[in-house]
Structure formats: C-alpha cells, structure tokens
Design a protein. Structure first.
Lengths: 83, 298
C-alpha cells in the first residue's frame, strides 16, 4: 500500500524533493505539500483504492505523512468491510 | 416583517426583482462614505498606495488566479453578442418568443471581480520585485458572487474595501495580527458588538472540504462577526487573511531580495457594515447615538 501511496505522492504531490528521500514518517507539509496538491492526492488515492474519504477524515492530519495516509486508507478499507 | 422588508420600506435599499441585487439610497451611501472615511482616519496605513478598481477584471488574470479551482459556484463571467446580422435576427426572434437567447453569447475578456484584491497581485507582480519593506495597498472594488439570497447581508454585488500587505512572512503576519486588534477598536467607535473567530472560505465540493479544514487548521482566515439578521449566525463584516506564498507563487511576486513574497489582506464588507449599523442603531441615522454620528459624520 505504501508503495502505491509513494507513487501517487510522486505524481500528484508537486513536492520539490524526490519521494524516495522521504521516510514513511516524514512531515509532508514540511516537505512542501501544498493544500491544493493534497486535494489532488486525496482524489488520486480515492481512485486508486476505490474508497471515499468520509468528511471527518478530510483534514490536514490524514495527509501529514505516508504513514498517516496509509493508516487513514486502512481505516476506511476496514470500515467498508465492516459495513 | 423581515429586515430586508424594512430596508425596502424605508427606501434604504431598492428592490430590483433579483435576490441580492439592490439599488442604494443616498442615505445608505452616506453611511458607507462615512465609514470609509473613518477607516482612512483610523487605519494609520498612511503610506498605502490607493487603487480603485472597476467591478470587472482581466479574464486571463482571473484564469491565472485559480479561482475556478476553488470557487466555481460563485464566479460570474461577462458574455457578449459578437454575431452578424443573421445572428442578430435570430437573437431578437428568440427574445420575442421568450426562448433562450443567451446560448450564442461569447465570453468577453472581462470577468466580474470576485474579491477586491484578485486584480491587484498580477498588476503589482508586473512592476517587478517589491521595494524594500514590501508593499501596502488601499483598494476597493465592487465584487460579484453568485449566491442569490433573501438575506440582505448576502448580496450578489457589493463593495469590498481592503488593505493588502505584501512582503516577508513575518511582516505580513504582523500586519494581519495588528488589524485583528484594530478591527475591534474601529467597530467600538461605532458601537457595534463584535466577535472574532477562525473561519474558512466557501471552497467548492468534497475537495473543498479538505481545503476548508486545512485553512482552519492553519488559522489562515479570521472573521470579525456582527449579528445582523441572526444572533446565532452572526455576519462576517471583516476578514483577516494570510495567504502564505499562494499569490506570491501564482504571480511570481518577489520581495526586494528575490524571495517569493507572502501576502495578507484585511477586508471590509462595506454593505454589511452599513447594514449592521442600521440594524443596531435604527433605520434613521439622524437618531443614532451621538458618538456614532460623530465617528461617521463628524
């Protein structure tokens, strides 16, 4: 999952640094992720994992790091299975 | 009787048949003129460059601003007839038959200005790097937002007065912080009750939900709220916005040192402030408290 997230981040994140140089826990906003790029990333992740972010997860925290994104996506996927 | 009905009855606003599109009386305009004078007297922003904009802006600047990414639902474009005699005949036939005649209208080079500072950034960027100390502007424009409403405090065409600061992040943030205090003092001079709260812009759609939350999480926008048509949902009469380097990057606006400039703006909703005065002090300014009259008309 994190490989896919990294791929999307590289394509949509508009970061001034290569994604390979970022640790899973690195702060993406500090690395240059803009608000608008985070929206593009959100839409790309929804498409790739066939999920929809619920309103309460549409916030800055959900996209703060590769780890945070993976946790959020996992939580949404788990919720879908439970439903 | 709603507040809007009372405004119509008193003649302060004049109905045009379209929600949010009103003519103003001489009295209404006197209040706005008085308040703008008070802003100038009070602001202390004496070095600001004064610019007054028409209600339309260059369409290419509008496109470059990214407004349609975030607020497509609010924008208004100016479309015009550009056809020949035959097309004209079709047009008047459609109008006479009560059919849609607007389909052939072509987009002009003008878009209605959505916020007073949108035309400013590209104009300033074209001049080259900012001078030492950055830039300070005193601007005003009629603005358009497509949001028809029966709430008189939500007009479709209204005036926005702004001070805009451009420069280093710390200077721009200090400017915004000072104005949050000055805004409260200014409103105290005209005896209006205020509250300041963190806010967000009306970003469109689900993607917009993320933008709204981001804006709030980073404290990028504050509003000065005054109850007008509702106590539980007071109206934003001023806003204090820190854009970080958004407009700097968008327009390649640079400081004297060649760094990407940061920007902030402080906006006054002039009609909303006039409506707040009429709501709190009554529909006849001659009967307003002495100190309020002195502040506005003295």
């Amino acid at each position: 999952m994190k490989d896919k997230i990294r791929e999307l981040l590289g394509k949509l994140g508009g970061l001034p640094v290569a994604v390979d140089t970022l640790a899973d826990g690195a702060d993406l906003y500090a690395a240059g992720l803009s608000s608008f790029a985070s929206v593009q990333l959100m839409l790309g992740i929804e498409d790739a994992f066939d999920i929809e972010f619920p309103d309460h997860l549409l916030n800055r925290k959900s996209f703060a790091s590769i780890d945070a994104i993976a946790e959020t996506v996992t939580a949404i996927l788990d919720g879908q299975e439970a439903a | 009787m709603t507040f809007l009905d009372r405004l119509f009855d008193s003649g302060l606003l004049i109905d045009t048949g379209v929600e949010g599109l009103y003519a103003r009386s001489g009295m209404f305009e006197d209040v706005i003129t008085g308040f703008e004078r008070l802003i100038d007297k009070f602001s202390g922003e004496t070095g600001a460059e004064v610019i007054r904009f028409p209600p339309g802006m260059n369409r290419s600047y509008f496109e470059g601003s990214g407004y349609m990414k975030n607020f497509p639902q609010l924008a208004g474009t100016v479309h015009c007839f550009c056809g020949d005699d035959l097309a004209h005949a079709d047009l008047i036939q459609c109008m006479a038959a009560g059919e849609d005649w607007t389909g052939g209208q072509k987009a002009s080079d003008i878009v209605l200005t959505p916020a007073a500072c949108y035309p400013l950034y590209p104009i300033v960027a074209k001049r080259g790097n900012l001078q030492a100390g950055g830039g300070l502007f005193n601007i005003q424009s009629y603005c358009f937002r497509h949001e028809p409403s029966m709430d008189p405090a939500r007009m479709q065409l209204f005036r926005m007065r702004e001070f805009v600061r451009m420069g280093k992040p710390e200077d721009v943030m200090a400017f915004r912080q000072e104005w949050m205090e000055k805004g409260k003092e200014l409103m105290a001079q005209v005896a209006l009750p205020v509250d300041i709260d963190v806010a967000n812009d009306p970003f469109f759609g689900r993607a917009g939900r993320l933008m709204k939350n981001n804006q709030r999480d980073q404290n990028l926008k504050f509003e000065l709220l005054i109850p007008i048509t509702s106590v539980s949902k007071p109206t934003a009469c001023m806003s204090f916005n820190y854009h970080q380097d958004h407009f700097g990057k968008t327009w390649d606006l640079k400081t004297v040192d060649g760094e990407t400039a940061h920007t902030a703006c402080v906006g006054f909703g002039l009609e909303r402030i006039a409506l707040a005065l009429f709501h709190h002090h009554g529909l006849d300014p001659k009967l307003w408290p002495r100190e309020v009259r002195d502040a506005l008309f003295g």
